[in-house]
Design a protein. Structure first.
Length: 253
């Protein structure tokens, strides 16, 4: 889960299948057979945990029809592809301390940038996609330089002009979530500020998904999906007495 997003429910069989694909992508499929079998045993030993959603979290993907889910995946494919290339390049660089890492450090210096590592995009870590996309946009020169050096074997991860634009736009829309996270990580915010913040995020998502001139179709599709997920969480506040009391007398029944 630290290196790949599992869109469906996290059953043992799903995790085993996804884990096998990850191993195949990195060329180490022969080393993971025992682990895959362990994941599959989770279902046998533990039973069905699909409905064990204690915190009331919302997985919008599981609520979609197969056709709608397939359409969404097809529409946002450019976003996934661009992010996947950077993830794989970062993985290759950090795991090659004698060859790729020194070249990366040199490329950063040549571009006049502080030598830093590409942040990891971890689905279980808030804002990691934004952090990675933002970093890569700022470090576009060394990233391009690494992919351009054929001897390094990173040519498959080169980003074309379209993919660079996707990452730039993704950075612009995800910053609102980053700002919200930093704001609510402080000591001053309280429960009454949550709904207005969600309203603002919803406004940003809605404006973005309707802006055909500024945003790529893939970004607008992703924003539409994000808006639907946000609305699901928004609806959960209707059944919370605490939220009703905090937000005002009109919510008290």
């Amino acid at each position: 889960l630290d290196i790949v997003e599992v869109a469906r429910l996290h059953t043992g069989a799903v995790l085993a299948n996804k884990f096998t694909k990850v191993l195949e992508e990195f060329g180490v499929a022969d080393k993971g057979s025992d682990v895959s079998e362990d994941y599959e045993m989770i279902d046998v030993i533990g039973g069905d945990f699909d409905n064990d959603d204690i915190d009331g979290g919302v997985d919008e993907d599981t609520l979609m029809s197969v056709n709608n889910w397939a359409d969404l995946e097809r529409n946002i494919c450019p976003v996934r592809t661009a992010l996947a290339k950077i993830r794989k390049m970062a993985f290759k660089i950090i795991n090659s301390p004698t060859l790729l890492l020194p070249v990366w450090d040199a490329a950063c210096r040549e571009a006049g940038l502080v030598v830093r590592r590409i942040p990891r995009d971890v689905p279980t870590c808030w804002n990691s996609s934004f952090n990675m996309a933002s970093f890569v946009v700022d470090y576009c020169i060394p990233v391009d330089a690494m992919a351009d050096k054929q001897r390094l074997g990173l040519g498959d991860y080169a980003l074309d002009e379209h993919e660079w634009k996707v990452l730039e736009q993704l950075q612009n829309v995800l910053v609102v979530l980053k700002d919200a996270t930093l704001f609510f990580s402080r000591g001053t915010p309280n429960l009454a500020m949550v709904i207005p913040a969600m309203d603002y995020i919803d406004k940003v998502f809605t404006t973005g998904m309707l802006n055909q001139q500024q945003f790529n179709p893939a970004i607008r599709s992703a924003l539409g999906h994000a808006k639907n997920t946000l609305n699901k969480y928004y609806s959960l506040t209707d059944s919370s007495k605490v939220y009703r009391v905090v937000m005002g007398k009109q919510f008290i029944r």
